[in-house]
Design a protein around this ligand. Structure first.
Ligand SMILES: NC(=O)c1ccc[n+]([C@@H]2O[C@H](COP(=O)([O-])OP(=O)(O)OC[C@H]3O[C@@H](n4cnc5c(N)ncnc54)[C@H](O)[C@@H]3O)[C@@H](O)[C@H]2O)c1
Length: 347
């Protein structure tokens, strides 16, 4: 029987405790053995929830990497703290799963991807939206070739008043970006996946901060809102002639329930969510939705961890490789740059 995968967490806040721990607990041949987080509350949670010895709970992740033998490092820190722990974990000879957004610049994303290859270790970016039952249904149609060649996509995540008031989401130093990095990244990743990750060429975008930094119906303190946008809208051109319209808001005066991912191709189209296939049949354009979805009970966060562990065990490619997340990162960099400069930029 193969040795159990020894997993260490860097960052043990909301997503780690709420989603990743359950994912690892469901992997039969893995065990969480150590945690690093500077927060005393997070450290206490690690000891009580995981039952790991106090000696394996650290404030500084470098101590965790130096003192505990690990196979996998699971990085669940705020966005600006993804890069250095990833680089150090590869140096320590570990596989890495890192939360989205991959990084806070394409340069960082490039170096993280290279570091994984140099260490011959697996890197996965936790783009959990790919693994929901709805996304998996849409992916089945696309993988079966039912939409032909995709040439336009819409990646849209629009919240009316949905600024996350917890953690470091609205702090520029820790998170670097607002809704683009937080939720736009999910829609963009899924849209790019369905379109086969074409090579981006340019982005033209506008970023706005009109609501979240003013008194309103939101729960965060407006003084601490330092990320650059509460809404961003952009248009991306690709080398193969395809394009994507991208929209992401935490605060926008729009009806609730707007947004989603749409990909249109030469033979058909798919919409998420609910998952819908648009196709021509018997001289009609029809919309198809699944009545029974075999993936309906899947927990997307658990599924991403299951697939990551399986890829490590079987020597399979990463379920969300750095090369793909780098393309997403280049586009998001382009959105912020274009928004700042007020013109189209090359990416
Ligand atoms: N995939 C998803 O759907 C999803 C959902 C929520 C959050 N996330 C991502 O997960 C990451 C963390 O978000 P969260 O909601 O868990 O935030 P959080 O604030 O609840 O937790 C972050 C934890 O990281 C710790 N931390 C900060 N700097 C650290 C460092 N240098 N070393 C070790 N620990 C450090 C903090 O003390 C905190 O406990 C973000 O990048 C976010 O975008 C992803």
């Amino acid at each position: 029987m193969a040795k159990r995968l020894r997993v260490g967490f860097v960052g043990f806040g909301g997503i780690a405790q709420g989603c990743h721990v359950g994912g690892w607990k469901a992997v039969k041949d893995a065990e969480i053995v150590a945690v690093a987080d500077p927060s005393a509350t997070a450290q206490k949670a690690a000891i009580t929830q995981l039952g790991i010895p106090e000696a394996n709970v650290f404030g500084d992740y470098k101590k965790l990497l130096g003192k505990v033998e690990l196979d996998v490092v699971d990085i669940c820190t705020p966005n600006a703290h993804h890069y250095t722990p990833t680089m150090e974990a590869f140096k320590a000879g570990c596989h890495v799963i890192v939360e989205k957004p991959f990084a806070i610049s394409a340069r960082q994303a490039e170096k993280m991807t290279e570091a994984g290859h140099e260490a011959s270790k697996l890197l996965m970016v936790a783009q959990s939206l790919r693994f929901t039952a709805e996304s998996l249904a849409v992916r089945r149609w696309v993988d079966a070739g039912l939409i032909g060649d995709a040439y336009w996509g819409r990646a849209s995540m629009l919240r009316v008043r949905g600024v996350p008031p917890w953690g470091a989401f609205i702090d520029k130093e820790a998170s670097a970006g607002g809704p683009c990095y937080d939720i736009g990244v999910h829609a963009l990743d899924l849209c790019l996946l369905l379109m086969g990750f074409p090579e981006p060429v340019s982005v033209s975008a506008c970023t706005y901060l009109e609501i979240a930094n003013k008194p309103s119906l939101m729960r965060h303190s407006i003084r601490t809102y330092t990320v650059p946008e509460d809404f961003a809208v952009g248009f991306v051109r690709f080398a193969n002639g395809a394009s994507i319209s991208l929209e992401a808001s935490w605060a926008l005066n729009v009806c609730a329930g707007q947004g989603g991912v749409l990909v249109c191709g030469t033979k058909g189209g798919v919409q998420w969510s609910p998952p819908t296939l648009i196709s021509e049949e018997h001289g009609m354009v029809v919309e198809t939705t699944p009545q029974v979805n075999p993936d309906k009970d899947i927990n997307s966060h658990h599924e991403e961890i299951r697939l990551f562990a399986e890829a490590i065990r079987k020597g399979l490619p990463s379920p969300v490789p750095g090369e793909q997340a780098l393309i997403t990162q280049r586009i998001l960099d382009g959105v912020y740059k274009s928004g700042k400069l007020g013109r189209e930029v090359k990416v």
